[in-house]
Design a protein around this ligand. Structure first.
Ligand code: ZN
Length: 69
C-alpha cells in the first residue's frame, strides 16, 4: 500500500487554488420563478441579488400582471 501523503497534500492545494479561480469567474446563477430558465448574476442586481426572482423585466411584469388580474 502506497499512499503518498506528501503528493496528496500538494494536489489538494492546487485543487483549492483552481476552484477559487473558477469561482471568481463563475457568477451565481438563479432560476427564473416565471419561465424557469436559469439566469446569471448581473451588475445591475449587485445590491438586490437576493431579491431577484425573475430573469427579466418581462417575466417580473407578467407575474405582477397575473397577480393583479
Ligand atoms: Zn424568466
Amino acid at each position: 500500500m502506497r499512499f503518498g501523503s506528501c503528493g496528496a497534500t500538494q494536489r489538494d492545494g492546487a485543487t483549492i487554488a483552481r476552484m477559487k479561480m473558477r469561482q471568481k469567474s463563475q457568477l451565481p446563477v438563479k432560476t427564473c420563478a416565471h419561465c424557469g430558465l436559469p439566469f446569471t448574476w448581473r451588475k445591475k442586481w449587485e445590491r438586490d441579488w437576493e431579491q431577484v426572482k425573475y430573469c427579466s423585466q418581462r417575466c417580473r411584469r407578467s407575474v405582477a400582471a397575473a397577480a393583479a388580474a
